[in-house]
Design a protein around this ligand. Structure first.
Ligand code: ADP
Ligand code: MG
Length: 478
């Protein structure tokens, strides 16, 4: 540090200090070190690029003014920035940037990390590597939390899960090649494929695993055509040991991509590399996919995933809560699992909404809160009310076993539950009188009509009954 520079800078600081508040002064000016003065140029050292930009953006006028005051009209300021490249070079790397010339920053003589995928998120990192390399490094794109441990087993997914598990422990060597998992949305296909990938990497660290969505695969292929490096694209995919392609139905109508996938598929299959695919339908129902590909999809095993039953839904929620270290009352968990029976993604969505509501509004999670939330949630997804569901709610309400409705008994409370079930079914479903009768103990349409009239009469004449009905109506619509 030059003595003269220190002196000049100290004089500057005196002026600056009087012009800004103390905190700003401490933050942005005290860390600056004066280095030298040469040809009327004062060089100051700042701790980072960001620091320099901040000064230039906010205090350039003040700096200019003070420098001119100290060094005369042709006085200038130069920055020396300490570059943070501590890994490769323990010495601070300094560059000089004259003040007032911000463009200089774009030509910094240091290598900046460049995000090659910026603005192009559909592309995966290092899509294909320089051809000729034996060992390739692939970003597998696997999500750690989608493990087998976090995948709850139930009747709904037993075959798919155990086939996936077998494949993960013996990739390419089982008869499940390709393994095709299919189901409606939100039932765990993607999760299970990641679990397979993670397990393979665990068991066989030397194997290359790649998870891609069909859209990524398609986009990469299109890019490779544009860049005239299709061979690199194919070559890259042919080197993967376990190739997972999600939502393969999205290849429908994309003939060129199907063609190239056909070749990759054949190559991998011949080498006994594992292929895992998912789709929203079984191969027989897939439209817009070439026959020769469809027939290959059937070579291995196609396994479907179903909507989990109530117990599995409860177990999934418990697992999720346990993993996140959250506790909520068991009755709330059961209520969520009971009310949301479409798919697991919606179930998780409801749980997250509930947790968010409770933490944002600082309310404890109670059954009441869950009911309010589900009310909105279910309305949004416009759940259909079924006759079975109505019977369940009515019977739960009067605490009688649901089977009793189907019997011929004339016991008053059962008759009432049966009539109410018919009444609400007429009100909330599109079912015909005949079909409602059929569902409620094999009665005919006249009986249903009679039930509806009886209930309407009682609502008008019996205040207590009316309250019952209103209460039940709310529960059914919940
Ligand atoms: P899909 O690919 O079939 O649309 P996902 O795999 O994306 O479905 O699953 C949706 C969500 O449900 C994910 O968060 C996933 O972790 C979860 N999920 C699905 N099935 C299960 C299961 N059996 N156990 C635990 N979580 C599951
Ligand atoms: Mg999916």
């Amino acid at each position: 540090m030059e003595k003269y520079a220190v002196e000049v800078w100290e004089n500057c600081l005196k002026v600056i200090k009087d012009n800004i508040n103390h905190q700003v002064f401490k933050t942005w000016f005290l860390p600056i070190k004066p280095l030298k003065v040469k040809d009327n140029v004062l060089t100051i050292q700042v701790p980072s690029q960001f620091f320099y930009e901040w000064l230039e953006e906010h205090y350039v006028a003040l700096l200019k003014k003070t420098i001119k005051k100290e060094l005369g009209n042709d006085g200038r300021l130069e920055y020396s920035i300490i570059m943070d490249n501590s890994e490769s070079d323990p010495e601070p790397y300094a560059i000089n940037v004259p003040t007032g010339e911000r463009k200089a920053t774009s030509n910094l003589p240091v290598s900046m990390p460049i995000d090659l995928n910026r603005g192009n998120s559909k592309e995966i990192p290092n899509p294909f590597i320089i051809p000729g390399l034996k060992k390739i490094k692939v970003n597998s794109q696997l999500i750690e939390s989608y493990s087998f441990d976090n995948f709850v087993e139930g009747d709904c997914n037993r075959l798919a899960r155990s086939a996936g598990f077998a494949v993960a422990n013996n990739p390419g060597k089982t008869s499940f090649n390709p393994l095709l998992l299919y189901s409606h949305t939100g039932l765990g296909k993607t999760h299970l494929t990641h679990a397979i990938g993670l397990q393979v990497k665990n068991n066989f660290p030397e194997k290359t695993v790649l998870y891609v969505t069909t859209d990524q695969f398609f986009n990469q292929f299109v890019d490779s055509v544009k860049n005239n490096n299709q061979n690199d694209f194919i070559h890259f995919y042919q080197m993967i040991d376990v190739l997972i392609i999600d939502d393969i139905h999205n290849l429908a109508g994309k003939e060129k991509t199907q063609d190239v996938f056909f070749h990759i598929f054949n190559h991998l299959h011949q080498k006994s590399n594992q292929i895992v695919l998912t789709s929203d339908k079984p191969p027989v129902e897939m439209k817009g996919i070439e026959a020769r590909l469809l027939s290959r999809f059937k070579w291995g095993l196609s396994a479907d995933l179903q909507v989990p039953d109530l117990e599995t839904r409860i177990a999934i929620l418990h697992k999720k809560l346990y993993n996140d270290g959250i506790e909520i009352p068991a009755e709330v968990v059961e209520y969520l699992a009971y009310s949301i029976n479409t798919n697991v993604r919606e179930l998780e969505g409801a749980l997250i909404s509930l947790l968010a509501q409770s933490s944002l509004n600082k309310k404890t999670i109670t059954l009441e809160l869950a009911k309010q939330m589900i009310d909105k949630f279910v309305k949004n997804t416009s759940r259909e009310i079924s006759i079975d569901y109505i019977q369940k709610v009515v019977c739960d309400y009067f605490n009688i076993p649901i089977e009793m409705i189907y019997t011929k008994t004339r016991k008053r409370e059962i008759v009432q539950a049966r009539q109410l079930s018919m009444y609400f079914s007429k009100k909330h479903t599109k079912a015909s009188l005949a079909s409602i009768g059929l569902h409620c103990g094999n009665k005919d349409h006249a009986t249903v009509l009679h039930a509806c009239r009886t209930v309407n009469n009682l609502i008008e004449t019996d205040k207590h009954f009316r309250i019952f009905v209103e209460d039940l109506d709310k529960k059914i619509k919940l």
